[in-house]
Design a protein around this ligand. Structure first.
Ligand code: PLP
Length: 461
């Protein structure tokens, strides 16, 4: 597969070059020259295949001969000892993407990426430095994915004071080949600094640099796997609670009788009916990966892009005008992005009209998010994290406005609720934390603070 920049059809790059350089020379993002199709035999058995086999089939055409089959098989098996259960929650499904080591969906991209980098760099002398900007979860997932990988070090930039204490420990508590910089600014500042550093000629002479943000195709491609697996399963009419579904504290039941006249939503799976995915979105990497999976042939009907008040993309879908803006802080902080970098990718593949047929946008306030967390726990005993809750409530808002039909639908649970205990617990009570989070909390964060300017970053590097 050849990769091109979103900005020009100049020289194509190999998968290795697209991945190892991160950003195209003209400042654009790499996109594949075409989105491949699943083989018929794969498309028709997505509902029954093992998660690792779907991972292999999804990633293979994007890496083609650059990663040999036996190596790719090893990579997907070591990257994904966990999977993504599709669980029932009241009137809909939740696709739980938080059963990896840092309890957020970014583990899927970061763990593949670390292994792919390590293979593609075999035999290189010059150590590689990976730069990553994070609004919270990316940094932890990338740090964990690359921790201890020889020949590669990672510098994580995060907005000082804007990530949770747990996220800070996941980012800055590992030490070793993982370096953490607390930037006095917003996530957008961190992202801008990374882009500037990757484009800095003098720095590039001194260091082999790459990025691990969702602008990197190696993060994006494996995120299509869980969409394909869940869509296949849903098409068979089933959910799958294999693995450890998130804790509930009692069996799901509705609180009290409802008046007969009240319409009731129904998003249960039905055999033969393709599913709608509601994707809580910030930088739009996850949603872009979903669009790729649909294009590859996964049976997906529609996407809902649910954002917090940082609603650049929902506004674009409505007005047709794209207006990037500064990010605003919310309780779903991993989605506090005013300038979603993957928008450039979406716009390179699809026109506004096409995007309007593929995606419906909706935005949700912090108050609405809090109400959803409390209500879902109250009626179902199910814990939502603030990001999943944005998705949950976004679905309700669209349905209430008659902008969404009944039919199979899953909200993506992008983080484990225990990861955001300081928001969720006052609303829903104590959440049992998975062991990986308990361990992370015991670490001591060690970050250096820098102002939000490129000179300071260059000096720190
Ligand atoms: C990163 C993140 C998101 C947003 O995903 P994008 O790919 O940036 O749109 C949503 N929820 C959680 C928990 C995240 O960590």
């Amino acid at each position: 597969m050849r990769y091109y920049s979103t900005r020009s059809r100049g020289e194509p790059a190999s998968f290795a070059r697209a991945v190892l350089t991160g950003l195209a020379p003209d400042g654009g993002l790499f996109i594949p020259e075409e989105i491949p199709q699943y083989r018929d035999a794969v498309r028709s058995s997505l509902g029954t295949m093992d998660f690792r086999d779907i991972a292999f089939e999804t990633i293979k055409p994007f890496v083609h001969s650059e990663i040999p089959d036996p190596v790719l098989t090893d990579i997907v098996h070591s990257a994904y000892p966990f999977a993504a259960p599709l669980v029932e929650a009241g009137d809909r499904q939740v696709l739980e993407l938080f059963h990896g080591p840092t309890a957020a969906f970014k583990d899927f991209g970061a763990r593949f990426m670390a292994r792919a980098f390590s293979y593609l760099r075999r035999g290189e002398e010059k150590p590689l430095r990976i730069l990553v900007a994070t609004s919270g979860d990316t940094g932890g997932a990338v740090a964990d994915g690359f921790y201890g990988i020889p020949g590669i070090s990672v510098t994580v930039l995060y907005p000082k004071g804007r990530v949770s204490p747990l996220q800070e420990r996941q980012i800055a508590g590992l030490g070793g080949n993982i370096d953490a910089l607390a930037v006095e600014g917003t996530f957008d500042d961190c992202q801008r600094l990374v882009k500037a550093a990757l484009g800095d000629e003098s720095l590039k002479k001194r260091l082999a640099l790459s990025s691990a943000n969702s602008i990197n195709v190696a993060r994006l491609i494996p995120q299509g796997v869980y969409y394909a697996a869940a869509a296949g399963r849903a098409l068979e009419g089933g959910v799958n609670e294999d693995g450890e579904a998130t804790p509930r504290d009692r069996a799901g039941e509705h609180a009290g009788p409802r008046p007969a006249a009240v319409r009731k939503r129904n998003f249960r799976t039905v055999p033969g009916e393709p599913i709608v995915f509601c994707v809580p979105s910030g930088n739009f990497g996850n949603l872009t990966a979903g669009l790729y999976a649909k294009k590859m042939g996964a049976p997906i009907k529609l996407f809902i892009a649910a954002t917090n008040i940082n609603k650049t993309v929902p506004d674009y879908l409505e007005s047709g005008r794209y207006e990037a803006r500064p990010s605003q802080a919310t309780i779903s902080n991993a989605m506090d992005v005013g300038t979603p970098s993957n928008f450039e990718r979406m716009a390179a593949h699809w026109s506004l009209e096409e995007l309007r047929t593929l995606i419906r946008g909706v935005s949700v306030t912090d108050d609405e998010t809090r109400r959803a967390i409390a209500a879902v726990h109250e009626t179902l005993g199910y814990f939502l994290d603030p990001h999943g809750a944005v998705g949950w409530e976004g679905v309700n808002k669209l349905w209430d406005q008659d902008l969404l039909e009944d039919g199979p639908l899953a909200v993506l649970g992008t983080a484990h609720p225990a990861k955001f205990g300081e928001v969720v617990e006052p609303l829903a009570g104590k959440i049992p934390a998975p062991p990986s989070l308990v361990t992370a909390l015991e670490r001591v964060p060690q970050a250096r603070t820098i102002p939000a300017d490129i000179a300071a970053l260059i000096e720190a590097l």
